[in-house]
Design a binder for this molecule. Structure first.
Ligand code: NOJ
Ligand code: NOJ
Ligand code: CA
Ligand code: CA
Length: 709
């Protein structure tokens, strides 16, 4: 059967399928429609279900019974298919699976101070263009995608282009020396790297952003994405997986790769097949990092919401923060993240202690799940959390799932709340407003137009509380708890925006909601992707768009006619218009002319992108002064000195008084640029005429100039 939409490499990747009929890739879920209506389930593939014992590794790499948690335990794609088909996920309300990085990982068993370790987690890649045989064959992967799509479940892959696998700086025989392959052909090893595909700048230092990007993360052989061959390799690899029908990407370690390279990578993905992409930028407890916000707002991808996850754990699991602190985090994040509904929320994952503390009340976990499922963002549930799995630290937080109980309370909480994210747009897209709080009680309201969800949580497991003076946007009437009393919630009545005093039980969560039958004027819930070039497809979700085509505006540029690809009451797809590159607020006018509020900022790129390293030598600076870059394209900030590119780095790839910035810039374009020195508001421009560079058509480039005094 022909699959004309496959790229050459997708076809290569599929070569082993020669005789097998391929299902046509399912495009209906594969777009950048909002995931805010979804609930993601994160699996460590090896730790889920062993559906095919024949693909299990033998010998020292395998732990029968999964007693040695750093070894392979046999979980695979067939196991996931089995659980999809037996309805476990759909019964729970799960609509997206996030699976371990599917690419071929190393085979070595590594001895780390006496403990044998393997690549069971998927983060030790050797060939990004091949499937990992311990998870299954390409046919198994295809079957996984089709089985998931048949049940309306999207598939998100983990993807970790920051590095290949562990390598020693001094011992080439350690592990597999980070060797990287291109569909079986060796590209380089860490100790045999003639083309410089890896960084050789020593191991981890978290001293600053630059160290984190250009040094190895622990002992992981770090890729130099400024090498054209590496840029092309990863673009080819991700397209091959996109061709296989994946619906989303969880990008590993985004704090540890150049932001400029990642933006050019996202531009390539969104021009090829726009899928929801979220990155992992780890934040510790109480860590608030403006660089994290800037990345989420400009890179084209969203992030795992560690601020949310860490705070929820502090409040509900550890008891080290109060509901007032929860409210403060929710409030602050609403301005920190421009696309709040796109950030992925969670209460635990494979890099944290599991939420459930052995011996502690399960109610804390049930409350944290209820909060996450009714909050802004895209909820992701870590496998086994619904089964109250406990386990602190890696690898105890990654044990094999042992039970698939569908009648426990945590499972039922997810089952009750997950569907509300689709049925009530207040949960998927709404604002968050605090309505009543003290250190133990938090009552918050989500609101989208006249759709409302009011959620009350009492984290005190011993004392009930009397709630007086509660105001709400719910209309007059009585409202039953959408959890059906599962967490001891009560019903309420509402009269003229007020709720008569009631008792919120100890340890209770109650969810009350209202949604109108229809919407008369357009309401924008979500737009994505928010970065791209003219001609790309953008999906707009919301309500009240009407049945008849109206107009979509990018700033003042109207998109009409055939540039509107589809128009439904709750979803529109449009082609990005050709307009001056820049930031645009998007709005929708229905056929009758009624307009929505604006949704910003769409980054309209100049065209195809490449990653360029701009280097300036001899740029000495005074204390407090940094070097930035500006120039003749939107991507170079259009000669802005108030919002230039940078600050550039000056320690690792080039060192002071040299400075370098990795930037996503238009391909095949002659750019003019200058570096500037800035100290707060004080700006020193380079003298002389502008520098010029013509960017390559693809891959990555580099230009080096001398500071012109
Ligand atoms: C973050 C992942 O979540 C973690 O588990 C992994 O070890 C590192 N990145 C390196 O890939
Ligand atoms: C303003 C700067 O002052 C100058 O140095 C630069 O060449 C131009 N912008 C480019 O138009
Ligand atoms: Ca297996
Ligand atoms: Ca790196």
């Amino acid at each position: 059967m022909q699959t004309p939409q496959l790229s050459r490499l997708g076809a290569l990747l599929l070569a082993s399928l020669a005789a097998t009929a391929l299902a046509a890739p399912d495009t209906h879920v594969s777009n950048k429609a909002s995931f805010a209506t979804d609930v993601i389930y994160q699996v460590v593939t090896d730790r889920f279900v062993d559906g095919n014992a024949a693909n299990n590794p033998s010998g020292a790499a395998f732990s029968a019974g999964c007693t040695q948690l750093k070894l392979y335990c046999g979980g695979d794609w067939q196991g996931l298919i089995n659980k999809i088909n037996d309805g476990y996920f759909t019964t729970m309300g799960i609509t997206a699976l996030w699976i371990s990085q599917p690419v071929e990982n190393i085979y070595a068993v590594i001895n780390y101070s006496g403990t044998n370790s393997t690549a069971y987690h998927g983060y030790w890649a050797r060939d990004f263009k091949k499937p990992d045989p311990r998870y299954g064959t390409l046919t198994d992967f295809q079957n996984l995608i089709s089985a998931a799509h048949a049940k309306g479940i999207k598939v998100i892959i983990d993807f970790a282009p920051n590095h290949s696998s562990p390598a020693s700086q001094t011992d080439a025989s350690f592990a597999e020396n980070g060797r990287l392959y291109d569909n079986g052909a060796l590209l380089a090893g860490y100790s045999n790297d003639p083309s410089g595909y890896f960084h050789h700048n020593g191991g981890t230092s978290f001293a600053n952003l630059e160290d984190g990007i250009y040094r190895n993360l622990f002992d992981l052989a770090d890729i130099d994405h400024n090498k054209a061959a590496m840029d092309l390799y990863f673009k080819q690899a991700i397209k091959a997986w996109l061709d296989l029908g994946i619906d989303g990407i969880r990008m590993d370690a985004v704090k540890h790769m150049p932001a400029g390279w990642q933006k050019n990578f996202m531009a390539e993905i969104y021009a090829y097949k726009p899928v929801f992409t979220f990155g992992e930028w780890f934040l510790g407890e109480n860590e608030v990092d403006p660089a994290n916000h800037a990345f989420a707002n400009t890179s084209g991808m969203s992030l795992l919401d560690f601020q949310f996850g860490q705070r929820v754990r502090q409040v509900f699991r550890n008891g080290t923060k109060t509901m007032l602190d929860l409210d403060a985090m929710l409030d602050a994040s609403a301005t920190q993240y421009k696309q709040l509904a796109d950030q992925v929320t969670f209460i635990d994952n494979h890099d944290m202690d599991r939420f459930q503390v052995s011996g502690a009340s399960g109610r804390k976990l049930e409350q944290a799940l209820a909060l996450t499922l009714t909050s802004r963002g895209v909820p992701a549930i870590y496998y086994g959390t619904e089964q109250y799995m406990a386990g602190n630290g890696d690898p105890n937080n990654r044990a094999k799932i042992g039970a698939f109980n569908t009648s426990n309370t945590a499972f039922k909480v997810i089952q009750a709340l997950a569907p509300l994210r689709k049925s009530n747009p207040a949960l998927a897209y709404g604002t968050t407003q605090e309505r009543w709080k003290n250190s133990d009680i938090y009552i918050y309201e989500r609101k989208f137009g006249s759709a409302v969800a009011l959620v009350a949580i009492n984290r005190n497991l011993r004392s009930s509380a009397s709630i007086g003076g509660l105001l709400t946007a719910l209309p007059n009437g009585s409202f039953t708890d959408k959890l059906g009393g599962l967490l001891n919630g009560n019903s309420i009545s509402v009269s003229a925006g007020a709720v008569p005093t009631f008792t919120l039980a100890a340890g209770a969560v109650a969810v009350w909601e209202y949604k109108p039958a229809s919407y008369t004027s357009p309401l924008l819930g979500h737009v994505g992707p928010m970065l791209g070039k003219a001609g790309n497809t953008v999906t707009i979700d919301g309500r009240g768009f009407g049945a008849t085509k109206g107009t979509v505006y990018f700033g003042s540029t109207a998109v009409t006619g055939t540039n509107i690809l589809s128009w439904e009451d709750s979803q529109i797809k449009v082609k990005v218009p050709a307009a001056t590159p820049g930031n645009y607020a998007i709005k929708v006018a229905n056929a009758g002319g009624a307009q929505s509020a604006t949704y910003g900022d769409f980054q309209l790129l100049s065209g195809n992108q490449v990653s360029m390293r701009f280097v300036v030598n001899n740029a000495s600076t005074a204390l407090g002064e940094n070097v930035y870059l500006t120039g003749s394209a939107y991507e170079l900030s259009n000669w802005s000195s108030s919002n230039p590119v940078g600050a550039c780095f000056n320690q690792i790839m080039h060192s002071y008084p040299s400075w370098y910035c990795d930037v996503s810039v238009p391909a095949s374009t002659t750019l003019q640029f200058k570096f500037i020195k800035k100290n707060g508001g004080a700006v020193t421009w380079e003298g002389g005429s502008n520098h010029t560079v013509t960017t390559p058509a693809s891959g990555a480039g580099k230009v080096i100039v001398n500071w012109q005094p």
